[in-house]
Ligand binder design. Structure first.
Ligand code: SAM
Length: 495
């Protein structure tokens, strides 16, 4: 196996300083990184029922709910699977799914009581959206919301695309520096997830580029940046709220030492849980209970990962106090009316409501309908509407939120692509055409009238097209011709 990996294109040996350290600290790990193949895992969308062919799968992730995930028997070309584009599943590292395990355990232990207003979650370093979509699926039945932030704008756009494909109605995507949250939204969130940028040692098995970029100096730079990110955002977590801190690296500097630093300097209690799935290794803590948990590829079916949960005990953190106190003014802006969201008339509301249904949803679905600054109509749950109003009254760059329903043109809704992907779409409102796999791929490639399917398969006017009942988007037929309305920026280029 090792020789096979070494003969792969672009093979980069493991960095010598890394081998020396890890060989000493974690016996067996170095051998696994160069001697075994990485597993491929997916997480299914509970809002979009879909069954993957049994031959394609090879067991489930032990720290996920039954039926929530699958390991794949081989790595497919995901681009050629229409169900992937329709948001039926997300390709995610198995270890990363442990964030969902922690969220569920925190809630089971009564640590995340939502006091009737719905749990508010911030996913601070969110692109491309693996944890965002997971958190969104978990908190949906609880009436919770997720604010997904990504500071790097092009990556935030990818995040917004993935959120739309997942079909959520309780997620907002913003692109801001972490400090904006600490400054503008003190005590706002019940749960903050910081999946921090890191030195990426956990990716060494599958990503030779991560090996090439690694250096001991970079580990220290990453650790300092992680502390900065956590302390900048700390004030946005309410006292008693929970921080889930994670990295995809093995070293203790970016993991246990940072967890200790957060607990001691910012004011938190590191949480521990019993009955961990087999193979997960508790993080080091010379003074007592584990500081988080490690996923080592020779112990579990996953790439490297680390996560810890810390409950905020300080009412106010020493480091964040100065920035938080500056924000009392912007804090006052909460509930401000100048939000850029305008109400609809009764007729407009009637038209918009015709397009949505709660039948397939785990929660109340859309309760507020407004026109946004871009002229589109958006729908929100009550909890998300409140949060988005607050975000818009501050300095937040809101990229996407709730469900973009479409534009009202002379009293009729011209539906947006996101509405096609939303499980709360009322399928009675529109003709539906099921596509074969070949047709679906041609649709996603943005094939035209001549290449896609005979026009008489479609009703006159707007049609929803589906693959295995999973909506992919809209097609508009006008006589013998039709327009493929798949978003040009999302089209698949080759398959
Ligand atoms: N949580 C994501 C997921 O599950 O798909 C992966 C996040 S990745 C490990 C870390 C993210 O942090 C990247 O998207 C990166 O752009 C972002 N990032 C980089 N520097 C940052 C900084 N200084 N502050 C906040 N986020 C940063």
């Amino acid at each position: 196996m090792r020789a096979a990996r070494e003969s792969k294109n672009g093979y980069v040996p493991l960095p010598a300083a890394f081998v020396e350290r890890v060989g000493r600290e974690v016996p067996g790990l170095v051998e696994a990184l160069d001697g075994t193949e990485p597993p491929v895992s997916v997480r299914f969308n509970p809002a979009k029922p879909y069954t993957m062919p049994a031959d394609d799968t090879d067991g489930q992730v032990a720290w996920a709910e039954v039926g929530e995930t699958a390991y794949l028997a081989r790595r497919p070309v995901f681009t050629t699977d229409p169900a992937f584009h329709g948001g039926a599943y997300y390709v995610q590292e198995a270890g990363s799914m442990f964030v969902g395990w922690l969220l569920r355990r925190c809630r089971d232990a009564g640590l995340l009581e939502a006091d009737g207003k719905g749990l508010r979650v911030l996913d601070l370093c969110a692109a491309p959206g693996g944890k965002t979509t997971h958190l969104a699926s978990i908190v949906a039945p609880w009436g919770g919301i997720v604010i997904a932030n990504e500071v790097i704008r092009p990556r935030a756009k990818t995040l917004a695309e993935n959120v739309q494909k997942w079909g959520t109605d309780h997620v907002a995507v913003v692109s801001n520096d972490p400090a904006e949250f600490g400054e503008q939204l003190p005590d706002f969130f019940d749960l903050v997830v910081i999946d921090a940028p890191c030195s990426g040692e956990g990716m060494f098995r599958k990503d030779f580029g991560a090996r090439a970029e690694w250096s001991p100096e970079n580990v220290l730079l990453c650790a300092a940046r992680q502390r900065r990110i956590v302390s900048d955002a700390w004030a946005t977590l309410r006292p008693g709220g929970i921080l889930i801190y994670s990295t995809c690296t093995f070293n203790t500097v970016e993991n246990e030492e940072n967890v200790r630093w957060v607990a001691e300097r910012l004011g938190g209690e590191v949480l521990t849980f019993d009955h961990l799935p087999e193979g997960i290794v508790p993080g080091k803590n010379a003074d007592g209970p584990a500081f988080g948990w490690h996923f080592y590829p020779h112990r579990v079916r996953s790439e490297g990962f680390f996560a810890a949960a810390i409950r905020k005990t300080a009412a106010f953190s020493s480091l964040a106090a100065s920035s938080a106190s500056k924000t009392t003014n912007s804090g006052k802006k909460r509930g401000a009316t100048n939000s850029g969201l305008n109400p609809l008339s009764a007729n407009e509301l009637r038209e918009v409501r015709r397009w949505v249904s709660t039948e397939a949803l785990p929660a109340a679905g859309l309760e507020h309908f407004v026109t946004g600054g871009d002229g589109s109509v958006y729908g929100f749950s009550t909890a998300l509407h409140e949060a988005v109003t607050t975000l818009l009254s501050g300095r937040f760059a809101l990229l996407y939120s709730g469900v973009q329903l479409g534009e009202l043109i002379r009293g009729s809704l011209k539906p947006a692509h996101a509405l096609a992907l939303y499980p709360g779409l009322n399928r009675q409102a529109i003709p539906v055409t099921e596509l074969s796999e070949t047709e679906a791929l041609e649709y996603l490639r943005k094939g035209s009238s001549t290449t896609l399917l005979p026009p008489d398969r479609l009703a006159e006017g707007l049609n929803l097209v589906t693959f295995q009942q999973i909506p992919l988007g809209w097609v508009k037929r006008i006589g013998r011709r039709y327009n493929n309305l798949y978003p040009p920026a999302w089209r698949i280029l080759h398959y």
